[in-house]
Design a protein around this ligand. Structure first.
Ligand SMILES: [Fe+2]
Length: 596
């Protein structure tokens, strides 16, 4: 039974391929087209999935789309009619894009893949989210929470998963949405919506949540986590460009300039921003105001999610919780849900946003439509494309790139560990690329976490990122508790996928300063020997050499670009950055000292 799941046309288009209920391949379209958050029909990701499955599209048993386009169109139509004529542009754009393209997804799939209509199924947006979490989890029974911007009408749902069934018990509907509330602040704070949400989360620890009262003017929360937005402050329901309106600005003041550097009196002015401006004291104070706003919206979001999770526990009485939807990528909130609610175990799969809907749609069809039993759980995130040694060598030879081949894995790892200890920043490409937005040791940039200056060094060499975007630690799963406050760290799935922020142990903060956030926390990735043996061996060897089994891991990309897929993209990124060493499988490329 071969099933292809597809999600597209909102954000992060993706495809996933299931064979007899087991995942074979999954990838976001952006990794192939190099367009960040590409939401177009994921033809490249589909072709990749079919290649891995050695199957022609026409031979698929089913193709499942992750939501119902007609219901979504109905929502767009009704909500823009309610706010007409303010919404005339939304209305016009919706007409143009939906009537020409998005509405006819069945015909598009038929045309592009040569699949007859009888084999094309549709799930619902939040059911796809729920299925992507629960059916990928190892749990036989669990409560399910889905929270995002908006699907068809639903913006959040509570359900129960049991065996091959998912029952959605409650939902919150558009325009009342935690995701859209958070996105309004993302835009206000000068970041791109659907892209900069994690920057808001990163900015929050630099601030004090002193504007919580103001945020509560925008939203009323019930004790059970139900909520209602005060639409007087928003315009996302009637505008294609603005998510908030003048009344919002009266409350919070002018929005932050997207081009402005972020630093506060506590961070100082980072050297990599260049020369310090004369009014830097005043700019620092302004930024502090924005950091306080970020802290306030983050705190309120955490409160909402905690209430929802507490209510989910009360309603279901279950010990396990599966979460999905873009808001489930809020790793700070996830950490609090684990610590502060009665749930003992959480599952969030690595592509919890809309990309993950592709897997959810396929699993929904397999279990809930076809009634087939479960035999899969997503233990790791390595479902993307892989490049053989032959392919890599061919590319290096063709380009006349000087390289060394290190077939002996121990020697290769020793070389990388020596490089890390010498303060080198290393590009590391191995095996299949990761599913979801995080690099988890297959398309990563690595550095030594023990050096306090490494954060700035990596920023200068690679990313030119602001100080509120902290780097993450990859730690051996079996030794994670020595460094992080996460009891039984190895058993927690979200930690595998870098989806928990927890405290770094107080006595270890000075040991790994480059990955310890300003508030003493870290967004750890636990690395398991059986799932990622080479990466595990690398960290283990680094631990043997230094006494610290932790490396700094950040995604292998430059600012604004998708994470690399191929050796060619990795090499191109390497040459455009200050990285010192590049490892492509077993091939090592070193930059001459002093060159960039
Ligand atoms: Fe969604």
């Amino acid at each position: 039974m071969d099933i292809l799941g597809i999600s597209c046309y909102f954000h992060d288009a993706a495809a996933a391929f299931l064979r007899d209920g087991c995942l074979v391949a999954a990838a976001e379209e952006e990794r192939f087209t190099r367009k960040k958050h590409d939401y177009a029909f994921p033809q490249h990701a589909i072709d990749f999935c079919l290649r891995v499955g050695s199957i022609r599209a026409a031979d698929l048993d089913y193709v499942v789309f992750f939501e119902k386009p007609f219901v979504k169109f109905e929502r767009l139509l009704l909500s823009s009619l309610q706010t007409f004529p303010r919404s005339h542009r939304v209305f016009r754009e919706a007409m143009v894009t939906w009537l020409t393209d998005k509405l006819w997804i069945k015909h598009l799939i038929q045309r592009q893949l040569g699949v007859p209509p009888s084999k094309i199924l549709f799930s619902e947006h939040h059911l796809s989210h729920a299925a992507s979490a629960f059916f990928c989890s190892p749990f036989e029974e669990a409560a399910i929470l889905t929270v995002d911007g908006v699907g068809e009408w639903t913006t959040a749902s509570l359900g129960i998963g049991k065996g091959t069934e998912i029952k959605l018990l409650k939902e919150i509907r558009f325009p009342h949405s935690v995701g859209l509330l958070y996105s309004a602040f993302t835009a206000f704070l000068g970041f791109e919506v659907n892209e900069g949400e994690y920057k808001v989360m990163g900015m929050a620890p630099f601030g004090t949540p002193r504007y919580i009262d103001k945020v509560y003017k925008l939203i009323r929360i019930d004790r059970d986590g139900g909520f209602e937005l005060n639409m007087d402050y928003f315009s996302f329901h009637c505008s294609t460009e603005q998510t908030f309106n003048g009344k919002f600005l009266q409350l919070f003041g002018p929005p932050r300039d997207p081009q402005a550097h972020f630093f506060t009196p506590s961070t100082g002015y980072p050297s990599y921003f260049g020369e310090k401006p004369p009014n830097f004291g005043e700019l620092g104070k302004q930024n502090q105001h924005y950091a306080d706003i970020a802290a306030s919206i983050q705190a309120v979001t955490e409160e909402i999610l905690l209430k929802m999770a507490q209510h989910a526990h009360k309603e279901t009485g279950l010990k396990r919780l599966c979460m999905a939807g873009g808001v489930a990528l809020n790793s700070v909130a996830n950490g609090r849900i684990l610590r502060e609610t009665p749930f003992e175990e959480l599952y969030v799969q690595p592509s919890a946003g809309d990309g993950g809907g592709a897997i959810g749609a396929a699993l929904y069809a397999y279990h809930m439509v076809l009634g087939r039993p479960r035999k899969f759980s997503m233990e790791h995130a390595y479902w993307g494309e892989e490049h053989s040694a032959g392919e890599i060598e061919k590319f290096l030879k063709e380009q006349g790139i000087h390289y060394q081949r290190c077939e002996d894995e121990e020697k290769l790892i020793e070389r990388v560990v020596d490089g890390l200890q010498a303060g080198k920043v290393i590009g590391w490409l191995q095996g299949r690329f990761e599913w979801g937005p995080r690099a988890l040791g297959h398309r990563s940039i690595l550095a030594d976490p023990r050096r306090a200056d490494m954060k700035d060094l990596v920023n200068v060499k690679i990313k030119f990122r602001e100080p509120f975007r902290p780097f993450a630690p990859s730690v051996l799963a079996e030794r994670a508790e020595e460094y992080f406050v996460l009891p039984e760290a190895a058993r927690h799935y979200p930690a595998r996928f870098m989806l928990y922020v927890v405290d770094v142990r107080e006595d270890k903060r000075h040991v790994i300063p480059a990955i310890t956030h300003v508030d003493g926390t870290g967004r750890l990735q636990t690395v398991h020997k059986e799932l990622s043996p080479k990466y595990h061996r690398l960290i283990e060897t680094f631990g043997q050499a230094t006494g610290v089994p932790v490396v700094l891991n950040t995604s292998f990309n430059l600012k604004g670009e998708p994470i690399v897929n191929t050796a060619q993209e990795a090499f191109h990124t390497f040459t455009r950055s200050g990285m010192d060493l590049l490892v492509l499988g077993e091939y090592v490329i070193e930059k001459p000292a002093g060159s960039c």
